[in-house]
Design a protein around this ligand. Structure first.
Ligand code: ZN
Length: 408
């Protein structure tokens, strides 16, 4: 039985809690602490940033209720972050296994996460030292690819491991030096990326892939990257998207995280179906679109703007030119036919006349300049195909209004 165990600080890494336990015991060697904590074993997987059976083993040596295993797994390991894009069922299974000490790790983790170095912020350390009299490792600083302290907007300091499993044999807390100065030369991309990845860590466990749709994909379509395809939903103009992503974040950043400077159709398809499991690619699209994670993981699907506007415009009595409709929807004229087909709405823009030829009768109108300007203004503003189209609309309107009167 352990007599004492430190209460985790907010945003403290589980490994850090174990380190503080070691310091508090006053043991001069880590071997003594290993004997106490791990039943005589000389090493244990304490350096893991994911939950494992150690949490259960230690909780078992403490009076009931001292250590909340679920709280440790959710709020003191990178579990929620790394498993963010796994189905909820998988996440709940792992959580249950953790609570019962039956977790079957190591699970397959993608490469960049294998050798994670400990990171710390010099200013957070200063604050922690003042407030608690000791320093600790912050969980949110340990997210892979997070290079900046979100609170202080300065670079994190990375501690290089001496050997691969160093943390499993040693209790190492961040070293606080008065002289450490903060480096604020961080880029906008690094700040933005850090902010989004941190939000992916902090969201509740439930936030994750949604059934049957992906709001990031819908967001791309609404941002103007949609191509209307016949008998299909919209596809994404991946070439233009890739170009714009590179313009914004740089080719190196994009190729590092997407494997190439061009996000192919296949990759976008995988993202759309939530088949990619690491959070970074989703995070980059999310910051590019300025889409809040709450929207990304929302149980309400984002409405497709093009479809919505198409439906709205189809209800209007104005017969517009095809060019005007296409420009207003931000699509090519050829795509209008696809959308019309897919939505089952008949084309509502000007068609080639089938029966009576509107050119059969000609009329010379005498107008003032301001009347003529007004007509042309309406043609441009409302998208009539021509001045004739507008005057025909006025005639129809008049007919509509007076129909009741002449009938009575
Ligand atoms: Zn900080």
């Amino acid at each position: 039985m352990l007599q004492y165990f430190p209460t985790p600080y907010p945003d403290e890494l589980w490994y850090s809690v174990l380190c503080r336990y070691h310091i508090r015991t006053g043991n001069t060697t880590s071997a003594a602490t290993f004997r106490e904590l791990f039943g005589g074993k000389d090493h244990a997987a304490l350096g893991s940033f994911l939950p494992n059976n150690l949490i259960f083993d230690i909780a078992g040596q403490l009076p009931d209720g001292t250590l909340d295993i679920e709280d440790i797994a959710l709020n003191h390991t990178l579990f929620k972050y790394i498993f963010r894009f796994q189905p909820l069922e998988n996440k709940n299974n792992i959580l249950e296994m953790t609570k019962h000490g039956k977790i079957n790790f190591p699970v397959k983790i993608s490469k960049p996460y294998e050798s994670m170095e400990l990171k710390s912020c010099p200013l957070c350390m200063q604050e922690d030292f003042k407030k608690h009299g000791e320093t600790y490792w912050h969980l949110s600083h340990q997210i892979p690819y997070v290079s900046v302290c979100q609170k202080h907007k300065c670079y994190l300091i990375t501690r290089q491991r001496e050997y691969k499993n160093e943390l499993n044999n040693n209790f190492i807390l961040p070293e606080y030096k008065d002289t450490d100065s903060a480096d604020y030369q961080v880029s906008e991309t690094e700040l933005e990326f850090t902010k989004m990845l941190t939000r992916y860590l902090k969201m509740p466990l439930e936030a994750g892939p949604t059934d049957g749709y992906n709001n990031l994909y819908e967001g791309l379509l609404n941002a103007g990257y949609g191509l209307a395809r016949k008998d299909m939903y919209y596809s994404v103009d991946y070439k233009r998207l890739s170009m714009n992503l590179c313009d914004r974040y740089g080719e190196e950043f994009i190729s590092h995280h997407f494997g190439s400077i061009v996000l192919g159709a296949a990759l976008i398809g995988q993202i759309r179906r939530w088949q990619k499991k690491s959070p970074e690619q989703y995070a980059i699209l999310s910051m590019f679109l300025n889409q809040e994670p709450e929207t990304t993981f929302s149980h309400t699907r984002i409405q497709n703007n093009t479809d919505r506007q198409f439906i709205e415009m189809s209800k209007s009595k104005i017969i517009r030119s095809k060019k005007f409709v296409a420009e207003n929807l931000g699509v090519k004229e050829t795509h209008l036919d696809n959308i019309s087909h897919n939505l089952g709405i008949k084309p509502f823009w000007e068609q080639k006349p089938k029966t009576e030829n509107p050119k059969s009768y000609k009329l010379a109108l005498n107008l003032t300049k301001s009347e003529w300007d007004y007509i042309n203004g309406c043609v441009n503003q409302y998208g009539f195909s021509s001045a004739s189209g507008f005057i025909r609309y006025c005639v129809d309107e008049m007919k509509d209004r007076t129909d009741g009167i002449t009938a009575s």
